[in-house]
Write a protein that binds this ligand. Structure first.
Ligand code: KG4
Ligand code: ZN
Length: 343
């Protein structure tokens, strides 16, 4: 019997990207992302501005996703939306829109966990990425999270380690702010680091009680004190050494991440290793992980670039798995700003 073709519209609005995608089973027909530029000058996302921008963007973004996919609203089998975690005001825009459309079209609604979606983006069918077999390890690194997960099925996630303070994306963004770079600073540090000397400066790596946990707040303070000290000697220190500073900070962060991942693989005996989340767009993290295939006998899974930072296609793939299980949600399902990976 030929497999039924399912079309899902998915909506992501948890932080500062308004995104809508159309999936045909596990394939992405369209994945439209409108990133809000308004936060650049504030050094971080301003929640009130984010929800207002989502309100302005959501209708045109959904419209564009349908047009690009060549799908009419009436052909949709279900609607998936990000339930959380994220900024409440931002989540509410996507949640209300998805509910209203599901009611109007009389199709099922599916509330999706954003963190599960980052991980399951690996299962989007795309010639530029491979799906890992279960169980695999996933280093999930974003602006709000830093976790090492053991993923045993589409809905079984065990947290082996996580940050006890800042997320790694925050470490990138806060460092960028100290360097006078606009938000989000992660991609800029990545860019400048490519031309800098990673051994120019040394920052110590933090210790944690659980060897698989992370801590990034100490690194931020160490960078702050370092910059203050150097600027006393040379007021143009940052400007004159920006590339070397970025390369040295990035090397330290990559070393911390890879060191924990190695330990997790040793302790669990799992050698299928994936990365996910916005920070997995980082070029050094991607190349370093790839290099570990030959040195450690790992098989690594690096998401296609467009599925790393927040996007609705990743929400759609989780929606597809929920749809197969007929796991639908009621239209009174509430958005939740603090949703655990297993919720
Ligand atoms: O997953 P994401 O889009 O949003 C959250 O769920 O948080 O991740 C955003 C984070 C930001 O901190 C951003 O600076 C970081 O991902 N990021 C990067 C790179 N691209 C995005 N960090 C380092 N290098 C990059 N190339
Ligand atoms: Zn995210």
């Amino acid at each position: 019997m030929p497999k039924k073709t399912i079309h899902i519209l998915s909506i992501e609005s948890s932080c500062d990207d308004t995104s809508a995608a159309i999936l045909e089973n596990k394939k992405v027909l369209s994945n439209v992302v409108s990133s809000q530029k308004i936060h650049a000058d504030y050094g971080g996302v301003v929640p009130e501005l984010a929800s207002r921008a989502h309100q302005q963007n959501i209708v045109p973004v959904v419209d564009q996703a349908l047009k690009k996919a060549g799908i009419d609203k009436k052909e949709l089998n279900a609607i998936a939306f990000t339930q959380g975690p994220g900024l409440m005001g931002s989540l509410l825009v996507g949640t209300s829109f998805a509910k209203s459309l599901a009611i109007a079209l009389q199709v099922p609604l599916m509330a999706i966990n954003h963190m599960q979606a980052h991980v399951l983006a690996h299962f989007i069918e795309d010639e530029h990425q491979n799906s890992p077999p279960f169980p695999f390890l996933c280093l999930t690194i974003s602006g709000g999270h830093t976790q090492i997960l053991k993923v045993s099925s589409y809905d079984t996630f065990e947290i082996l380690g996580e940050t006890i303070d800042d997320a790694v994306g925050e470490a990138f963004d806060k460092t960028a702010k100290l360097l006078g770079l606009p938000y989000p600073g992660g991609p800029l540090i990545d860019k400048y680091a490519r031309e800098g000397n990673p051994l120019a400066y040394n920052f110590s790596e933090p210790k944690t009680a659980n060897p698989l946990d992370f801590s990034f707040s100490g690194l931020k303070t160490a960078i702050l004190y370092f910059l203050q000290k150097e600027q006393k000697k040379d007021s143009a220190f940052i400007k004159n050494n920006l590339k070397d500073i970025c390369a040295s900070v990035q090397r330290t962060i990559v070393n911390i991440l890879m060191d924990k991942l190695k330990k997790a693989s040793q302790l669990s005996g799992i050698r299928h290793v994936a990365i996910a989340g916005g920070v997995s767009a980082n070029s050094e993290i991607r190349s370093t992980l790839k290099g570990m295939e030959s040195s450690l006998g790992w098989t690594t899974y690096i998401p296609k670039f467009e599925y790393t930072t927040d996007n609705a296609a990743m929400i759609g793939i989780v929606g597809y798995f929920k749809y197969l299980n007929q796991d639908f949600d009621l239209t009174d399902t509430a958005a939740s700003s603090r949703l655990n990976i297993n919720a």
